[in-house]
Design a protein around this ligand. Structure first.
Ligand SMILES: Cc1cc2nc3c(=O)[nH]c(=O)nc-3n(C[C@H](O)[C@H](O)[C@H](O)COP(=O)(O)O)c2cc1C
Length: 367
């Protein structure tokens, strides 16, 4: 059996122009700093920016900086979820967070946002102009940006949390599917979220092989993968590689605030919850006062993504004050495996080396 390193995820690596089958999850909201994106790509994986929510100038400058830091390919990630209807049965989330605003010395009501962030198509176009070479989308049908990726000759990576969405994504032009198991940190990549917010939660172990059997493009596993054991397991399930978010949140180059990283590193397996209270769509994060306060107002009154506005300024102030209890601490169920902060290249190399060692050991044991 050939278990040499180049064979690990070879098809995926060739398609994306990378050496190791490890993708950095684009993480909107700041964790994917230009330094983190470039470090993962420079180490042979695929670094990707989560650009959703950024202003046009900031997004352009961030991609330009990362492209300037490495000659390896980098990707751009955008969220393409459709907006959801406001839910009149929910309480006012602005009122719910008012006491928390007071704690951070903010006035009772948020200032109106100066600039509307560009939409997904504009962000992708800008990132490709600045030299990004792979397009990745989450939370919705990749058809929303498929023509832009195709015209630029950029591979299109789409994240799906069910077999049906994976098949739909390939029909819409995806070249790679990220199968997102329910362990994953951040938003559920379920394309159509019903009115009551209930989404099927299929674990990584169950989802990956079923997606592998259903589509004829390379599959990347995501959700709860933190190290080489997870990478080896993903390969065993038929995936060609992994996408990791939480593991890279604690990297030395991550843009996540210190307190966020410390909280992630000491998380227990049971510390995360799935909540719609922050953004209006279900997402997994570490339970804290922000989530509890917004949950106490009931269903998300403003729908997605409008619900975000109720706590956006508060979360920005909490990041500046390094107050993790008032941040949205998106993280997966395996966060506690994150360990001590290390450079991203070390996280990546350790995962690849460990996966190769695990696969060799298993092959030896099998005789
Ligand atoms: C802090 C954070 C932010 C995220 N933001 C995005 C995003 O902007 N776009 C996206 O496609 N996925 C996003 N995700 C989800 C990841 O793509 C991926 O599914 C997840 O991180 C995998 O699970 P893990 O966190 O256990 O590694 C985010 C995840 C985290 C932890």
């Amino acid at each position: 059996m050939d278990i040499s390193r180049p064979a690990l995820g070879a098809g995926l690596c060739e398609l994306l122009g990378i050496r190791h089958p490890v993708l950095l999850a684009g993480m909107a909201g700041g964790p994917t700093s230009p330094e983190l994106v470039a470090a993962v790509s420079e180490a042979g994986g695929l670094g990707a920016f989560g650009l959703t929510g950024m202003g046009a100038d900031a997004a352009r400058a961030a991609v330009r900086r990362a492209v300037g830091l490495t000659s390896a390919p980098i990707g751009v990630n955008v969220l393409v979820a459709p907006a959801t209807e406001p839910d009149p049965s929910g309480g006012d989330p602005f009122a719910a967070v008012r006491p928390l605003r007071e704690e951070l010395g903010l006035p009772p009501t948020p200032a109106p946002r100066a600039e509307q962030p560009p939409d997904a198509r504009r962000l992708v176009t800008m990132a490709l102009e600045e030299g990004a070479r792979v397009v990745s989308v989450g939370l919705g049908d990749p058809g929303a940006v498929a023509d832009i990726a195709r015209d630029a000759g950029a591979p299109l990576v789409a994240m799906a949390a069910s077999v049906a969405d994976a098949v739909r994504a390939v029909e819409s032009g995806a070249d790679v599917i990220v199968a997102q198991g329910s362990e994953a940190g951040g938003h559920r990549s379920t394309f159509d979220v019903p009115r009551d917010g209930t989404v099927p939660l299929v674990g990584t172990m169950a989802l990956v092989p079923q997606v592998v059997d259903a589509v004829d493009v390379p599959v990347v596993a995501a959700g709860g993968i933190m190290d080489g054991r997870g990478l080896a397991a993903a390969i065993a399930l038929g995936a060609q590689g992994v996408q990791m978010g939480t593991a890279f949140l604690v990297a030395a180059e991550s843009g996540a605030p210190e307190g966020y990283r410390r909280r992630v590193a000491r998380a227990r397996d049971t510390d995360t919850v799935i909540t719609r209270a922050v953004s209006g769509r279900p997402a997994r994060g570490i339970r804290n006062r922000l989530i509890e306060t917004l949950e106490s107002a009931g269903p998300p009154a403003l729908g997605y993504p409008a619900q975000n506005a109720a706590s956006a300024e508060l979360r920005a102030a909490a990041a500046r004050a390094d107050e993790p209890e008032l941040l949205a601490l998106w993280a997966g169920q395996a966060a506690g495996l994150a360990g001590a902060p290390r450079p991203a290249a070390e996280i990546l190399r350790a995962a690849v080396d460990e996966a190769v060692a695990v696969i060799r050991r298993l092959a030896d044991a099998a005789g």
